[in-house]
Design a protein around this ligand. Structure first.
Ligand SMILES: NC(=O)c1ccc[n+]([C@@H]2O[C@H](COP(=O)([O-])OP(=O)(O)OC[C@H]3O[C@@H](n4cnc5c(N)ncnc54)[C@H](OP(=O)(O)O)[C@@H]3O)[C@@H](O)[C@H]2O)c1
Length: 307
């Protein structure tokens, strides 16, 4: 049980990969207001945060703290949908920041390692940002607007997320790796761009810590220590599952990706550690347990029993 005296916590994007992990973590510990968008889920309030009338509905609700997870997370989508990306990832956080400040609510805003160019890792909170794609630009603009609208807010930057996938909540990074390994067909996986996979439950733990420590403001990095390319990620999955991975080949680039990626945007977790917060664990430590919980996903994708 945690010492949470924040009152009612509103979680935007609560139907998504990270938001649903945060809901799971806070269930029973806090009074929750869960927001979804396209998914009409029981107990959730479905809103389009890009729509002014829907934001008025959100404003009318009683909430004392806000964890803002909703966003366009796909760099490739954002690269070709600049206006939608900037509306949801930049303008909306600014509006929510204004609402939070007006009611004196704690705000935790989720941002990304993609605000950095990825050339000089590990990045500290004060290092200069220079995004290489529209997703990163829109998220950086979101950070700026939150900081202006709600100076006490905490802006939590995180890296690539994974969790146990379900029918309703996909986990693209893990599913792509599992599919590459289990399909058994020759497949190429990028071996150029380094990522530091973060278990969503670890990020939920950091959010919980920040709700209990409203004095922590400004930018905060929650990074893990182990870097993998998509190719190394697939090999790691195969090793843990005891699968043959000779069909998985390293590729130098991925022509299917429209948006450029930072080559290595690793985040330094020094500030989080100094604050006594829960630093996310490396993916090789967390993956065995996560994979052991993927049997439903494997069965529903026809992978049961394959090695
Ligand atoms: N995934 C990663 O690897 C990663 C890495 C770094 C940072 N992040 C950041 O982490 C946050 C959460 O990412 P995620 O992976 O959990 O994303 P996700 O699974 O794609 O979830 C996105 C959430 O946003 C909601 N949403 C979409 N459009 C909306 C709108 N117009 N109004 C209100 N809600 C809307 C969705 O609701 P419905 O599903 O109901 O439509 C969903 O709950 C994002 O800010 C992302 O930038 C993610």
């Amino acid at each position: 049980m945690i010492d949470m005296k924040v009152g009612r916590v509103m979680v935007t994007g609560a139907s998504g990969l990270l938001g649903s992990a945060i809901l799971r973590r806070l269930q029973g510990e806090a009074d929750l207001l869960a927001l979804s968008h396209s998914q009409p889920l029981p107990g959730f309030m479905a809103v389009d945060l890009a729509s002014e009338p829907d934001r008025v509905r959100v404003q009318a609700e009683a909430w004392d703290a806000l964890v803002h997870c909703a966003g366009h997370r796909s760099p490739d989508f954002c690269e070709t949908h600049r206006e939608e990306a900037f509306t949801l990832n930049a303008a909306v956080p600014g509006y929510l920041g204004q609402m939070a400040r007006m009611r004196g609510a704690r705000m935790i805003h989720i941002s990304t390692d993609y605000v950095f160019p990825g050339t000089h890792p590990p990045y500290k909170e004060g290092d200069p940002c220079r995004p290489v794609n529209i997703y990163g630009e829109s998220k950086l603009e979101g950070e700026i607007r939150v900081a202006e609208a709600c100076p006490d807010a905490c802006i939590l930057r995180i890296g690539a997320l994974y969790g146990v996938p379900s029918v309703r909540v996909p986990s693209p990074m893990l599913e792509e790796g599992l599919t590459a390994v289990l399909a058994g067909k020759p497949v190429e996986q990028d071996h150029g761009i380094k990522r530091y996979p973060l278990l969503v439950d670890d990020v939920a733990e950091v959010v919980c810590f920040l709700l209990c420590h409203p004095e922590v403001g400004g930018v905060l990095h929650a990074g893990s220590g182990k870097a993998v390319t998509r190719y190394e990620w697939a090999l790691l999955i195969g090793k843990i599952l005891g699968c043959d991975t000779r069909h998985v080949k390293a590729a130098v680039s991925d022509p299917a990706r429209r948006a450029p990626r930072p080559p290595d945007a690793g985040l330094a977790a020094g500030r989080l550690r100094d604050l006594g917060g829960p630093v996310p664990c490396d993916c090789d430590k967390a993956l065995p347990d996560v994979l052991a919980r993927c049997s439903d996903w494997a069965a529903s994708h026809g992978f049961s029993g394959r090695k």
